[in-house]
Each structure stands twice: as structure tokens, then as C-alpha cells.
Ligand binder design. Sequence first.
Ligand code: HEC
Ligand code: HEC
Length: 290
Amino acid sequence: MASDKHFDEVTGTETTGHVWDGDLRELNKPLPKWWLYVLYACIVWSIGYWAVYPAWPTMSDYTKGYWNYSQRAAVTQEVADAKAAQDKYRVALSQTPLADVGKNPELLQFALAGGQATFGENCAACHGRGAQGGVGYPNLNDDDWIWGGQLDNIQQTISYGIRSGHAKTRDSAMPRFGLDGALDAAKIGDVANYVRSLSGLEADKTAAGRGAAVFAENCAVCHGADGKGNQELGAPNLTDGIWLYGNGQENVVTSISTGRGGIMPAWDARLDPVSVKMLAVYVHSLGGGK
Ligand code: HEC
Ligand code: HEC
């Protein structure tokens, strides 16, 4: 190794003075200045970062840093803020009569969103995610209501249920004409034909003619002389082509025979009043408010 100043002949660059094997020399090519400054800046930055933020694990904990920052605390704070914002609306909702919720666009928006979320959690299992219903579970999107589609009808249905066993439940039920022997199979067949004819379905005309008398005598008291139903009694409109239990002759015969007696649970003990209110507003908005 020699240490005299020396320039490489080929490139003209100064060498470091290190020599191996007699004439193998190392060019002196220092790192570019900008690169070094970036490196120094990074070091300074990391020391600063290390000092103010949590950085270093210790045996039982970690260094908290000068700012004492914690992501968990930040999230907790955000959740608390969101809850405070919600509480504001919840309080407003609890003080606003059901009928007036729609007059305040901001409140309405909150109620619809809250109602939709609550619906997904509690009601979709039976009524479907889009409230489209299924056999035995009414579609809540159409404006055909068994028990009434005004806001307060809907709120009552949701709060106390239908044949739910709740003290205030909606509980009128159709008699089990076949099971209880009130009508024989022939009469049930006749009246089923008549009922199907009411909504324009193909039916045996003679049977339907006989069925009309059976209907007037046994069914009109609830479903109305014209078969258009009665929401006070939860007796569906039989003329509108919307069927809860299917429109085949077999389906209709079964409905008349068994009375069906669908059950909708009561929610007043499971959901708070504001949630029920939001649900009522949401469900009402689906069905066009009729
Ligand atoms: C266990 C199944 C079930 C669940 C869960 C359920 N429902 Fe129902 N719901 C029914 C049935 C069955 C009926 C029809 C009862 C009948 O025969 O009149 C009904 C009827 C209704 C009606 C009356 C429809 C009309 O045409 O008058 C409304 C409104 C309603 N449900 C809303 C809800 C809401 C809101 C929830 C969630 C909080 C919910 N339901 C949860 C089964 C259910
Ligand atoms: C006491 C009142 C009452 C009487 C009387 C009554 N119904 Fe009903 N009917 C109802 C109710 C309530 C329902 C709804 C049952 C349910 O939702 O589970 C219903 C449902 C039906 C359905 C099913 C409708 C659908 O959309 O699927 C048919 C069909 C029907 N009734 C026909 C008759 C016929 C025919 C008679 C006479 C033989 C009759 N009902 C007598 C109350 C009555």
C-alpha cells in the first residue's frame, strides 16, 4: 500500500492511494453530495421521529414518544365523535313526532339510513334484504298493505307484531275452515275457485258461482263483500293479484283450510323506540306510503 497522490491514466481520476498487487488501484469516487445530504436528512428525521412517536419496544411496554401518540386512542376518539354525532340525531328523533320526521330533510336522511341498517340486521331474515318478501312474508315494497301502510300503522305492526303473543299484538286471525270442519272440501274448493276468479285467474265458473254464496256467508265479514279486504282485521285484499301464500288452486285451498296465521314478532322489547321509529320511516318510504 502506498499513499502518494496518484491519478489514473485511463480515466484521469484521482485514486484513493490504495494499491493491491503492485498496480491495482482504487479510483476515488466519493458519493454525490446530494445523496449524502439526503442520507443525513433521513438520519435527522428518524431521530426526530423516534423522539416524538412511539418507537422502541421495551420489556413490558414501548417508548411512548414526546407526543404520546396512540392509534388506538385516535380511533377511540373518532368512534366517540361519530357516536356523539349520532346521538344528536337520535335525541332529535326521539323528540320528533313520527309524522314530522319527513319535514326535516337531515333527520329524514338519518332515519332512512338507520332504518335500512336496522332492517338488514333484524328483518331481512324473513322479509328479504330488499324487503321483497317471499311466500308467507309480505313484500314491503309494494303499496299493498295487509295491516295499513300509514306511518303509525307500520310503527304499530313493528312494535307489537302480528299474532306475536305480545299484549298489544295485532291478532285477528282467519278461521281454520277446513281443519275445524266449518266447511267441507267441496265448499272449500268452490270458494277457492270464486276467490281466484276475483283477481281474474282462470277458475271453474260453475264452482266459482257456488263459491260466491259460500264467500258471502263466511268470508265477506272480514274480506269485504267485494273481497277487497280490511286492514283493521289484517284480511288481505283478494282482488289485487298480490298473494301472500300463492295463487294456485292448491295454495288457496290450503289458506282457507288452515287459516295460515302468519306470525311477525314484536320488536318493542328488542329494539329501542328510536330504532323502531327509524324502521317505520324506512319501511314507509319503501311502500310509497299508502
Ligand atoms: C320471523 C319472521 C319475521 C321477522 C324477523 C320480521 N317479520 Fe315482519 N312480518 C312477518 C310476517 C309473517 C308478516 C305477515 C303477517 C300476516 O300474516 O299478516 C309480517 C308483516 C310485516 C308488516 C306488515 C305488512 C303489511 O302488509 O301490513 C310489516 C310492516 C313488517 N312485517 C315489518 C317488519 C320489520 C320492520 C321487521 C324487522 C324489525 C320485521 N317485519 C321482521 C314476519 C317477520
Ligand atoms: C276473521 C276474519 C277472516 C275470515 C272470516 C276469513 N278470512 Fe281469509 N284471511 C284473514 C286473514 C287475517 C288473513 C291473513 C292470514 C295471514 O296473513 O296469515 C286471511 C288470508 C286469506 C287468504 C290468503 C291470501 C293470500 O294473499 O295468500 C285467502 C285466500 C283467504 N283468506 C280466503 C278466505 C276465504 C275464502 C274465507 C271464507 C271461507 C275467509 N278467507 C275468511 C281473515 C279472514
